[in-house]
Structures are given as structure tokens and as C-alpha cells.
Design a binder for this molecule. Structure first.
Ligand SMILES: [Zn+2]
Length: 111
């Protein structure tokens, strides 16, 4: 079975089927497959082609998450549901992903 990214009302985002703290099922955010695929799109947008997606990147390589989610939703129709807070959910659920995400954002303007 696919792993999932979920949100516990009391303890925040987690990866898996139940909150590690209270064992609640929480609210479904997205599947691991979607989170991974999103990670690859993020890498593409932030590292290589922000302008192709119509994303404005500032001089420090930072982008607006709302603009980013809209840009990805416009380019990849199956991500029409994507919102800025989904990036936060991915980053909160898994420290490894936070590192990855921050790295991608930091290195976004090095092309
Ligand atoms: Zn919980």
C-alpha cells in the first residue's frame, strides 16, 4: 500500500497511516507518490526553469509558495488541487524532505 502524508489536528503533519503520538488517522493530505512526484517538479521549477512555469524568483532564490502552487497547477493539470500549504505539509512531515526542499530553494538561482 502507498504511504501517505496526513495531518493530525493535535500533532500536525505526519507520514504513514496513523499519528505516531496519538494514533489518530488524521486528515489525508496527499499520497507519498504525489509527494515524491511533487518533489521532482519542485526541483525542475526551482533549479532549472522557474521562468517556464511563470514563477518569479527573487535574488536570493526564494519564491512565493502561493504563486508556485498556482504555476504548477497550471502547467500540470493533475495538480490543480495544489495550494501553498501543501509544501509546508511536505516539509513538516519529514525532516529529510525539509532539508531537500530548503536545498532546492537555496540552489534555485544557481543555474
Ligand atoms: Zn496526533
Amino acid at each position: 500500500m502507498d504511504n501517505m502524508l496526513r495531518q493530525c489536528r493535535a500533532h500536525g503533519h505526519f507520514s504513514g497511516t496513523n499519528c505516531a503520538v496519538c494514533n489518530e488517522e488524521g486528515k489525508f493530505i496527499m499520497s507519498d507518490r504525489e509527494a515524491n512526484s511533487l518533489g521532482r517538479i519542485l526541483a525542475l521549477v526551482l533549479r532549472h526553469a522557474p521562468e517556464k512555469f511563470g514563477v518569479d524568483m527573487d535574488i536570493n532564490g526564494w519564491v512565493n509558495t502561493r504563486e508556485l502552487s498556482e504555476a504548477i497547477g497550471n502547467q500540470r493539470r493533475h495538480y490543480h488541487w495544489l495550494r501553498g500549504w501543501h509544501f509546508e505539509a511536505i516539509a513538516n512531515a519529514d525532516e529529510k524532505v525539509i532539508g531537500l526542499l530548503l536545498q532546492k530553494i537555496e540552489h534555485g538561482n544557481e543555474v
